[in-house]
Design a protein around this ligand. Structure first.
Ligand code: MEV
Length: 441
């Protein structure tokens, strides 16, 4: 790897054009790079400014396809679901599963709980018993000091639900924690939670300083940090599909519906006992979930982090989805934590995120959780169905054919011919290259 000249201090202070020029010098042909990166700027400067201000040091935009999975039936309602994803087969896989399950009663979903958690990590030299004695008064103070911040959220039916003390002094000397539970209604709530927690930190510090009855060392606290937790096991969604096993007839031409149900279950069970498979299996679930989370301007890193923690809740990382077979009924279910918002944050700033929500009928956060989880289960179903029948590559490479053709700079006419030619043939980069060579000769 070639070493790069260090950029002098103050890069963030430069104008966008200056940053772009500076970065272009890292390429062989700076002029060409500047034109290329500029060609991805929005033609409306006001719109572009909006994107520039989402993040620091923006020099251009990075496009990702925005696709649609139509006719996704959830709890009897049809949704047209926007999906932002670069992987060729994800939207097609989701749509195929939506069609399949749409003919079998659709997807069913529920949100059992929407509690989120935040933490104040602090140091104090007293014992847990002493802390517990002070706790009722401390709690009152914390609530009073954040009364103004929480007023609006309380009006909407949310706010602070609970504050608990945690004693970790056995693991780290003098380390205690306030574990706070929140309801943030239709907002993801990160800003609300962090604002409340930071005030809790100040109030806790002041509260102890004011306890004249305590010996001097116990009037001091160290606020180590205050932050929400992305572990949201109590803000979770359950989605499932079910049908008599006979209705799986035809998926595999060599197996009856009942036999195929058993094979499908085995494939999902493997992801419960084998970590290597579980990771890939769950990745397939997040193909669908992330695409909706991104399309609606939500935080996919938070959603994934929570999901992978949840997948380890029994002490070992395992599948997030489960198959049960009872009395001839095939039941396929996914349960995942998910902190999503439909108001505030990027959801109301990004013009396409707003349109995504509108396309979904301006859902509540709970509804959006159900929609995103559904696309996770849909993708999971399609992936496992392909894997247990014709294999993943057939569909995957068919979708990828366009990418290969584009890489090889195929004309529209060549593309048409190639799609026809590869209808019943195995797609690979080498095979497509060879075919194009033969056409071009
Ligand atoms: C590819 O993006 C996702 C899959 O690997 C998921 C799976 O194996 O279940 C197909």
């Amino acid at each position: 790897m070639g070493s790069r000249e260090r950029i002098k201090k103050g890069f963030s202070k430069l104008l966008k054009e200056e940053k772009l020029k500076l970065i272009a010098n890292y390429f062989e042909n700076p002029g060409e790079v500047i034109s290329l990166l500029k060609s991805y700027w929005h033609s409306d400067t006001r719109q572009q400014k909006l994107f520039d201000e989402f993040s620091e040091n923006t020099i251009t935009n990075f496009f990702t396809p925005y696709g649609i999975s139509p006719n996704v039936m959830i709890n009897g309602t049809d949704y047209v679901v926007p999906m932002v994803i670069e992987e060729s087969s994800v939207v097609a896989a989701a749509s195929a599963a939506a069609k399949f399950w749409g003919e079998r009663g659709g997807f069913h979903a529920e949100v059992p709980d929407t509690r989120k958690v935040g933490q104040v990590h602090f140091g104090w030299k007293g014992t847990m018993n002493q802390l517990q004695e002070l706790f009722p008064r401390l709690k009152e103070r914390l609530l009073a000091d954040t009364d103004d911040f929480t007023a609006n959220m309380r009006k909407r039916g949310g706010g602070i639900l609970d504050i608990q003390l945690r004693d970790y002094t056995a693991q780290i000397p003098d380390y205690y924690q306030l574990r706070v539970e929140f309801e943030t209604c239709d907002s993801m709530g990160a800003n609300f939670i962090n604002t409340v927690l930071e005030q809790f930190g100040h109030s806790l510090h002041a509260f102890f300083a004011e306890q004249a009855q305590l010996p001097e060392p116990l009037r001091a606290t160290e606020i180590i940090m205050t932050i929400l937790s992305n572990n949201t096991p109590d803000c979770r969604v359950r989605v499932w599909v079910e049908c008599p096993v006979e209705q799986l007839e035809g998926i595999d031409e060599h197996l009856s519906g009942a036999e195929y149900a058993l094979k499908f279950k085995k494939a999902v069970d493997i992801a419960h006992i084998d970590i290597d498979r579980a990771t890939t299996h769950n990745k397939g679930i997040y193909n669908g979930i992330d695409a909706v989370v991104i399309a609606t301007g939500n935080d996919f890193r938070a959603v994934e982090a929570a999901g992978h923690t949840y997948a380890s809740r029994h002490g070992r990382y395992e599948s997030l989805s489960t198959v049960t077979l009872h009395d001839g009924l095939f039941h396929f279910e996914l349960e995942v934590p998910m902190a999503l918002g439909t108001v505030g944050g990027l959801t109301s700033l990004h013009p396409l995120a707003k349109k995504s929500l509108e396309l979904l009928g301006n859902p509540t956060a709970k509804e959006l959780m159900m929609i995103a989880a559904t696309m996770g289960l849909a993708n999971n179903f399609s992936a496992v169905r392909s894997l247990t029948t014709k294999g993943i590559q057939a569909g995957h490479m068919k979708m990828h054919l366009n990418n290969i053709l584009n890489q090889l700079k195929a004309t529209d006419n060549e593309k048409r011919q190639a799609h026809d030619y590869f209808k019943d043939r195995t797609v690979s980069y080498a095979a497509v290259e060879k075919y194009l060579d033969s056409l071009r000769k």
